[in-house]
Design a protein around this ligand. Structure first.
Ligand code: HEC
Length: 97
């Protein structure tokens, strides 16, 4: 199943998407998630409190939510590497500190 999601994500992003270990998940979060989920992930009027929502999720699961959307959250226009960087930031820095 994961290869399928990866293939879909890569197809959607095109050939310019390249993995980059130096991506700053915190900066990606502030630019793409903070408006709905708050600077601390606690949520807002427009986005879920990610403490309860993301606590039991893996990096891959959060990245899939970002790339594919989930329920009332629309997909965010990030490539796979960016989605994984922001997912790791969300889980490691905000949720599990
Ligand atoms: C336009 C507002 C908006 C933005 C921007 C947004 N989200 Fe969300 N997000 C939501 C809403 C609303 C939900 C609740 C979705 C539902 O369960 O119906 C949600 C849910 C989630 C969940 C929980 C999904 C689940 O399975 O319960 C995660 C994880 C998440 N968002 C991560 C992110 C990340 C990371 C970003 C930035 C890349 C982001 N969101 C950007 C509105 C937003």
């Amino acid at each position: 199943m994961r290869w399928l999601i990866l293939a879909l994500a890569l197809a959607a992003c095109g050939p310019e998407a390249s993995p980059d270990e130096e991506l700053d998940g915190g900066a990606i979060y502030l630019a793409n998630c903070e408006s709905c989920h708050g600077y601390d992930g606690r949520g807002s009027d427009t986005g879920a409190d990610l403490y309860w929502a993301a606590e039991g999720m893996t990096v891959e699961e959060v990245a899939d939510v970002v790339v594919l959307g989930e329920g009332s959250m629309r997909a965010v226009d990030l490539d796979d590497a960016e989605a994984e960087a922001v997912a790791a930031f969300l889980l490691d820095v905000l949720v599990r500190r």
